[in-house]
Design a protein around this ligand. Structure first.
Ligand SMILES: Cc1ncc(C[n+]2csc(CCOP(=O)(O)OP(=O)(O)O)c2C)c(N)n1
Length: 657
């Protein structure tokens, strides 16, 4: 009889993986096969990511964790809560989404993070860091109240554990003494190398070499010893706990009420399953299982660059080298920002630069390199970052907080309470404002206009391109008081970045094109598409004035009111939620001046719904936020006005006749 064909992936046999359609299939395997399963999962992630890109390194580091977790626990009955969710591709593969992995982050495909509406195994959606312990603790309490007995397990990275929310949850968990398992995925990395006191603490644990050798080598030997192995191992555990207590700096373990299991080799499935089984036995409070992992484990490159591998684009599977885009694009906003800030810092010694765990993502890596004594990576701690900056400003420093629009949401109260109420001189530079693409709903920066516009003392602006971003950065540093600037993800438009940055007049818009009975007033990233739309309209005989608004607070009220008085149609365009956004600010201005009835106002922006992940070009087009979309909307709105005018004229004629 012919042998059945071995399932293969890109010509490699995937003996186990093809049979695993749910964790129940995994749990049917013998424990000695788990390491092979992990090998196949890693290979599958590598081959897939080499083609489509994604959170490659983060997920490669957590392959064995996912295998061991789904093996040791009865998921989805036992609840698994992943922090951030960027490291969970193996979890996706094992929970019925294997064949969809190549669609990850693409429009209509799998989310890059975890989502409750994607799978019953995704018990809690995330994307922002440090939420898992709070959510898991809530689930554990709900379990206790319902009289149920399943396990709740939070998986959190060493850097996310240092985030404020996670620390608050640790504080409460120790006090509540409810049953909760925390698997600490400790790879000594955030996206950048981990920073802060907790990183040092975990380091000290790692350096307890005697304990390490005991656990991993002697422990294994005892376990495998014939006849008395299990008993010897159990006896040794007591000794091991004593050693742990002796060598571990006690804060988390003793003082905060957590039990400790570990540390354990996070790439050894057998050791992991054993540690998790041990944690399951602890009934009287929270326990942390400390797993040591390597980010990017198995990445095909001799140079160990965990920083670069956290997330990757497509890469060469043999060398690990990134696949270069077909045609080079203009420099990214982030890079231009970092360079410009370095230049301006040379001219003003009071300027300091701050990032919350995103040095490369914000361009602050350049400042950290050039003047490390004036640049600070505070870790995943946006709230602290803002108040830290506020404190600096009270003593005359000029802090620039470079924080993604989406992550600055975390620090809203600090902006209000610590910065703006005291009118302190803190600057906010919001990278990734607007639709960010593959990272999706948790990462789109669509709310910053709405959440910052209503705060007294705040000045809010957005450049039309990377050249004007340099001007705005200079403008910010010359003015006193809280100011925020938003700019999009990705490449600029190719604007001139060699000229010296200019100082702009606060609250003054720029007229780019003048004429006609239509005005298109665009904010930030929508200015160039609006100008292109106006070109197209002009070809069809519809002349439009195009305004680069530059400021949403303060608005250029003089210009906007003049437009409202002289034009028949005013269209506002922004890459942000319409509710509370730039168009809303213009509408309020017209209403306050009794002009809403004298001009037709159309607001273009993002509607009040969750915006999915996918290619930003596609998503922007979907909401009409590109040159074609603006052209179409202006044309339609203009034609409606013209039809009404024609109707009114013919009614007048009839009445006169
Ligand atoms: C509030 C917030 N700030 C910043 C980020 C960006 N971010 C995503 S993953 C990550 C690093 C997380 O490090 P760690 O928890 O150690 O997990 P690892 O990636 O090393 O597995 C950061 C800073 C985020 N997701 N949420």
């Amino acid at each position: 009889m012919a042998k059945p064909l071995m399932p293969r992936y890109n010509n490699r046999p995937m003996k186990h993986l093809q049979q695993i359609n749910s964790p129940a299939d995994l749990r049917r395997l013998r424990p000695e096969h788990l390491q092979e399963v992990a090998g196949e999962v890693r290979q599958y992630i590598l081959e897939t990511m080499s083609r489509v890109g994604g959170h490659t390194g983060a997920s490669l580091g957590a392959v064995e964790l996912a295998v061991a977790l789904h093996y040791a626990f009865d998921t989805p009955r036992d609840r698994l809560v992943w922090d951030v969710g960027h490291q969970a591709y193996a979890h996706k593969i094992l929970t019925g989404r294997r064949d969809l992995l190549p669609t990850v982050k693409q429009y209509g495909g799998l989310s890059g993070f975890l989502r409750r509406d994607e799978s019953e195994y995704d018990t809690f959606g995330a994307g922002h860091a440090s939420t898992s312990l709070s959510a898991a603790l809530g689930m554990a309490i709900a379990r206790d109240q319902a009289g149920e007995d399943h396990h709740v397990v939070a998986v959190i990275g060493d850097s996310s554990l240092a985030g404020g929310m996670a620390m608050e949850a640790v504080n409460q968990a120790g006090h509540l003494k409810t049953r909760l398992i925390v698997l600490l995925n400790d790879n000594e990395m955030s996206i950048a190398p981990a920073v802060g006191g907790l990183a040092g603490y975990l380091n000290r644990i790692r350096e307890a070499q005697g304990y390490h050798r005991f656990k991993d080598e002697v422990g294994d030997l005892l376990h495998d010893a014939p006849l008395f192995g299990e008993r010897l191992y159990q006896a040794a555990k007591t000794v091991k706990d004593a050693i742990a207590a002796a060598v571990l700096p006690g804060a988390l373990v003793n003082e905060l009420g957590f039990k400790y299991v570990g540390y354990v080799d996070g790439h050894n499935t057998r050791a992991l399953v054993r540690a998790l089984e041990e944690a399951k036995q602890i009934k009287d409070g929270p326990v942390v299982v400390h797993a040591l992992t390597q980010k990017g484990r198995g990445y095909p490159s001799r140079e160990k660059n965990y920083y670069a591998w956290h997330a990757t684009g497509p890469f060469d599977l043999r060398s690990g080298a990134p696949v270069k885009p077909a045609k080079p694009s203009p420099p990214q906003y982030t890079a231009v920002f970092g360079e410009t800030l370095c230049q301006l810092m040379e001219q003003d010694p009071r300027v300091v630069a701050l990032t919350a765990a995103m040095p490369d993502g914000t361009g602050i890596d350049k400042v950290l390199e050039k003047c490390p004594e004036r640049a600070f990576d505070v870790g995943i701690a946006e709230q602290h970052c803002v108040t830290f900056a506020a404190g600096m400003s009270t003593e005359g420093l000029k802090p620039v907080c470079a924080i993604y629009s989406t992550f600055l949401q975390r620090a809203f109260d600090q902006i209000v309470h610590d910065v703006c109420l005291q009118n302190l001189n803190v600057k906010f530079c919001m990278d990734r404002a607007g639709i960010v693409g593959g990272d999706g709903p948790t990462h789109h920066g669509l709310l910053d206009i709405a959440y910052l516009r209503g705060v007294p003392h705040m000045t809010l602006m957005a450049p039309k391109d990377e050249g004007e971003m340099r001007d705005m950065l200079r403008t910010m540093l010359e003015h006193d008081g809280p100011m925020a600037m938003r700019y999009p993800r990705g490449s600029g438009v190719g604007a001139d970045i060699r000229r010296a940055p200019a100082s702009l007049e606060i609250g003054k818009a720029e007229i780019l094109r003048d004429g006609g009975e239509v005005a298109v007033v665009a904010y930030g990233s929508m200015v160039h598409p609006a100008a292109a739309a106006a070109e197209q309209l002009a070809k069809e005989g519809i002349e439009a004035t195009v305004v680069n608004a530059r400021f949403v607070k303060p608005l250029d009220a003089g210009l906007l009111l003049a437009l409202a008085r002289t034009k028949r149609l005013v269209v506002t365009v922004e890459e942000a939620y319409l509710a509370g956004g730039f168009g809303s600010a213009v509408m309020e201005l017209l209403e306050e001046n009794g002009l809403l009835d004298s001009v037709r106002l159309v607001r273009m922006g993002v509607p009040d719904r969750i915006i999915t992940h996918g290619d930003p070009k596609l998503l922007l087009a979907k909401y009409g936020l590109d040159a074609d979309g603006i052209y179409t909307r202006v044309k339609e709105s203009w034609e409606i006005l013209e039809e009404r005018r024609a109707g009114a004229r013919s009614r007048d004629a009839q009445l006169k006749g």
